[in-house]
Design a protein around this ligand. Structure first.
Ligand SMILES: NC(=O)c1ccc[n+]([C@@H]2O[C@H](COP(=O)([O-])OP(=O)(O)OC[C@H]3O[C@@H](n4cnc5c(N)ncnc54)[C@H](OP(=O)(O)O)[C@@H]3O)[C@@H](O)[C@H]2O)c1
Length: 344
């Protein structure tokens, strides 16, 4: 028998993508259950050729669930992940709730799959922030070659990273611009249509935002605590796909040709880098794709061993749902979990 998988947050942006990815990859599940808040009970969501009726989290018994893919925000995860783990399911969580807990592994399978065994302490595995996931996929092979000292990154993050209500807000505001209607701001602090906002998540004491702080903390936990990183995170009026302008300073020399070669062979990366109009990838083109795309690799001659590049990925896939499913596959492939029903 296969595994029983619960998707908590199944009506959301990430949850729906998780269901699609489980179906696309013919994940070895005998049963998949869709779970959300009480208000969504009975709503139908698509899972491959089937539809699933959503169940309410508060009434759900997880005792026969093997894997719980959780994407319902930090507050829900804080309350529910330990309870679900106590019922014997491994929780793979997409919120920021557990990422910085020393007893919870923070995993991007292409980068630090071996750390997944740490799930045994709490029964929880964390997914990184969407901007971190694509960045570490690109940085890991370069770090292995030339040791990264410092990274300066500016992100251009799509509205889907802020959930389904944020996508509706961009849509409604854009419509209002064309129909001379009133522009309402709810989810974002300023208008996002035909604009951009240099502020994601709350402000910290030092003037950075929590989104920027997350990239620093997460890259250290996943890749190397010695790497220094400074980020500016910006929300842009794009529906799906996060972009990053990345500047990296290395310990050792590394040429553009070497970086191209390394990134072409690296798991999860695709290099599209022609010096001509359109010879690079934009977020619109990466939507629905699994890869982290690298373009515009060039030498930064203002520092000793510097490279600059452009990095784009679908934030709902590699930045969240795909990464979570890959972690689940990693647990299964490494035989770290077995199906409860088979054992019975
Ligand atoms: N979007 C991204 O790119 C991205 C990337 C990495 C991580 N994440 C994280 O993933 C999580 C979900 O993000 P999202 O973009 O999918 O948000 P979303 O579109 O707003 O969806 C939120 C989901 O959580 C469910 N939910 C909310 N309160 C609940 C409750 N009390 N009990 C059960 N379910 C509840 C919602 O169900 P109802 O429809 O019933 O309210 C919905 O299914 C967040 O923690 C986010 O930070 C997102």
């Amino acid at each position: 028998m296969g595994f029983k998988v619960a998707v908590v947050g199944a009506t959301g942006n990430v949850g729906r993508e998780m269901l699609d990815i489980l179906a696309e990859r013919t994940f070895p599940a005998d049963e998949v259950v869709a779970i959300a808040s009480r208000k969504s009970q009975g709503v139908e969501v698509t899972f491959g050729e089937k539809t699933l009726k959503v169940k309410a989290l508060e009434h759900y018994d997880f005792s026969d669930v093997d894997i719980c893919l959780m994407s319902a925000g930090s507050a829900v995860s804080k309350e529910w992940s330990p309870k679900i783990a106590a019922q014997g399911a491994v929780v793979i969580d997409n919120s920021s709730c557990w990422r910085y807990d020393a007893d919870v592994p923070l995993i991007v399978p292409e980068v630090n799959a071996d750390a997944v065994v740490g799930f045994r302490k709490r029964g929880i595995i964390a997914n990184p922030n969407c901007s971190t996931a694509q960045l570490v996929v690109a940085l890991k092979p370069l770090h292995d070659k030339a040791r990264i000292k410092r990274v300066v990154v500016a992100t251009y993050q799509s509205v889907s990273g802020a959930g389904k209500d944020a996508m509706d807000e961009l849509f409604e505001q854009t419509k209002a611009v064309y129909t001379l209607g009133e522009i309402e701001t709810k989810k974002f602090p300023k208008r996002i249509a035909f604009n951009l906002i240099p502020h994601i998540d709350v402000f910290m004491e030092d003037g950075y935002t929590k989104e920027e702080w997350k990239m620093v903390a997460e890259i250290k936990k996943i890749l190397d605590p010695k790497i220094k990183l400074t980020a500016t995170c910006v929300r842009v009026p794009v529906f799906i796909g996060h972009s990053e302008a990345v500047n990296v300073e290395f310990e050792e020399p590394i040429t553009v040709d070497e970086a191209h070669d390394i990134l072409r062979k690296a798991p999860g990366c695709l290099v599209i880098d022609k010096h001509e109009p359109g010879g690079y990838i934009t977020p619109y083109e990466c939507a629905g794709e699994d890869a982290t795309y690298i373009s515009r690799v060039r030498e930064d001659s203002t520092v000793e061993n510097g490279l600059t590049f452009w990095c784009v990925s679908d934030n709902l896939r590699k930045g969240a749902a795909l990464n979570a499913v890959q972690i689940a596959e990693c647990l299964i492939n490494r035989k770290l979990i077995s199906a409860k029903r088979k054992a019975a």
